[in-house]
Design a protein. Structure first.
Length: 502
């Protein structure tokens, strides 16, 4: 199968002949050829004479010669896919009358996916040059048929039709398993399978490179810019310090807040910075000049957090207000500083964040709950009661998982879409204060958190093992950590001792 995936059809045929092993049954071969040749009656005939395996996930001998489908395969859906391809090819050939007949007499009677049927109907009025784009179709008939076969293959029993790219999938699993078993894997370079993989602990960032002391009070939060070239830190001393991360020189010391500054957020292009304070105000700063370009008043309670949308033109702020506790703002030139929308609910926002893909708003509250919303529609997808104080959220780069710090000495890893709790990370001390964790490493293989015992804790994300406990800060909490997104060998921690350690 691997040879076929690579296009070596002749070599695959020779290997099959010499070994005496038939890769596919005659029914599978006939089905494959019918789909790729556009022989729709033949393809449907083979499908309609097929039968299912008896037990899910079991290999089964097919003695009757019919196509064997996987347990749970939906023949109606498979027929819909085949007839949809037939319909689209007729549209592509501008055979509109025939296409309409297929839509009415073949697709509609299946009573499957009414929404998609309506979408297909609208394509009858679509200009030929826009058809492929509007239909989300392949670049050619050949490619679209191959895509169709790939989709149909998912419903065929693997005992008679090996899934596409199976060898590549198995090799990828071996590779990922080697990475997951390597406690200190911290490189974007994919390891070779020619030898067993192992990363040396000595190459992991364990030693303090520099200590920054430009704040005069507790440092509460810090965050690297997206390009890794700058670091912003916030403090109880009411200031934000922006550093350059090559020489760690101070670029700006941002002043103007009338209260402690507890949070910052970089715009997607790193040109602007939002700071959130107990004043209670949020300020937008131009990073190049260090000037405040906008001040936002959220109410009487502290603004706890802020997050940018991926386009960089709008952002949200969350506060401890009970009314309008989440506000959506614009910084677009035509709508500068305008409040676009608000979220209401019976809670106060401890921390809110937008997933990197812009699709989800995640909120943790002072009432010990997590809320996940569809950001576009504002629909609440679910909420979780965790029963303990929650202090921060960190979302993975792929927008799939989130870390939540709790007052029960745990950091939780949760699947954002399903709300499933994947893993717990234990060992750090947290009971009274706000402590913020983050994902770390080149492939986000690590979970890192500060602690009330003045230490930094590092866990392996995949197995939950505590691999390092780092000392260095003076007395008090390590309040926050941040890992450089472009330099996997650098992370920073902020402490009550007024220091930032790199």
């Amino acid at each position: 199968m691997g040879l076929l995936d690579l296009g070596y059809n002749g070599a695959a045929a020779t290997l099959s002949q010499e070994s005496g092993y038939e890769l596919e049954t005659p029914a599978v071969t006939a089905f494959r050829e019918a789909i790729l040749d556009g022989q729709w009656p033949e393809a449907e005939g083979i499908l309609l004479s097929s039968h299912h395996v008896d037990v899910p996930n079991e290999m089964q001998v097919n003695e009757g010669g019919a196509l064997l489908l996987a347990a749970g395969a939906d023949i109606g859906q498979m027929l819909f896919f085949i007839r949809q391809q037939k319909f689209l090819e007729l549209l592509d050939q501008r055979e509109l009358g025939m296409a309409l007949m297929v839509l009415r007499q073949e697709l509609t009677p299946l009573n499957h996916d009414i929404h998609q049927l309506h979408a297909l109907s609208s394509l009858l009025m679509c200009p030929a040059e826009d058809l492929r784009t509007q239909a989300g179709w392949g670049t050619s008939i050949t490619q679209s048929r191959q895509d169709l076969l790939s989709e149909l293959t998912k419903s065929v029993s693997p005992s008679v039709m090996i899934p596409e790219h199976r060898l590549a999938t198995l090799l990828d699993q071996v590779q990922r398993n080697q990475i997951n078993e390597c406690l200190y894997h911290n490189t974007a370079i994919v390891p070779s399978l020619y030898s067993d993989h192992h990363c040396d602990r000595e190459n992991f960032p364990l030693k303090t490179l520099v200590e920054l002391d430009h704040h005069t009070d507790e440092v509460w939060f810090l965050d690297f810019s997206h390009n890794g070239s700058k670091l912003a830190t916030t403090s109880k001393d009411k200031t934000v310090v922006v550093y350059e991360t090559t020489t760690f020189t101070v670029l700006h010391k941002l002043k103007g807040h009338g209260g402690e500054v507890s949070f910052v957020s970089w715009s997607p292009d790193d040109s602007k910075l939002i700071s959130c304070s107990h004043d209670p105000k949020a300020r937008i700063w131009d990073v190049e000049s260090g000037q405040c370009i906008l001040t936002l008043d959220h109410g009487q309670q502290p603004i706890s957090s802020a997050a940018w949308l991926p386009d960089g033109r709008t952002f949200i702020t969350g506060s401890l207000e009970k009314v309008n506790h989440i506000c959506h703002w614009s910084i677009d030139a035509n709508n500068f500083g305008a409040k676009l929308d608000t979220w209401d609910g019976d809670y106060r926002v401890q921390h809110c964040i937008i997933t990197p893909d812009g699709s989800r708003l995640v909120v943790i509250t002072t009432s010990k709950r997590v809320y996940v919303y569809d950001f576009r529609t504002k629909r609440e997808m679910y909420n979780l009661s965790l029963g303990v104080e929650l202090t921060c959220i960190s979302v993975s780069r792929d927008s799939r998982t989130m870390l939540i710090n709790t007052s029960s000495n745990e950091v939780l890893l949760i699947d954002i879409e399903t709300s499933e709790q994947i893993r717990r990370f234990e060992g750090q001390r947290q009971g009274q204060f706000v402590i913020r964790s983050c994902f770390g490493g080149a492939a986000e293989n690590f979970v890192v958190s500060g602690s009330e015992d003045s230490k930094v804790y590092v866990w392996h994300k995949e197995n939950g093992m505590l691999i390092e406990t780092l000392r260095g800060h003076g007395s008090g909490c390590v309040n926050a950590v941040s890992w450089n997104p472009t330099d996997p060998g650098m992370f920073a921690s902020a402490g009550d001792d007024g220091r930032v350690r790199m």
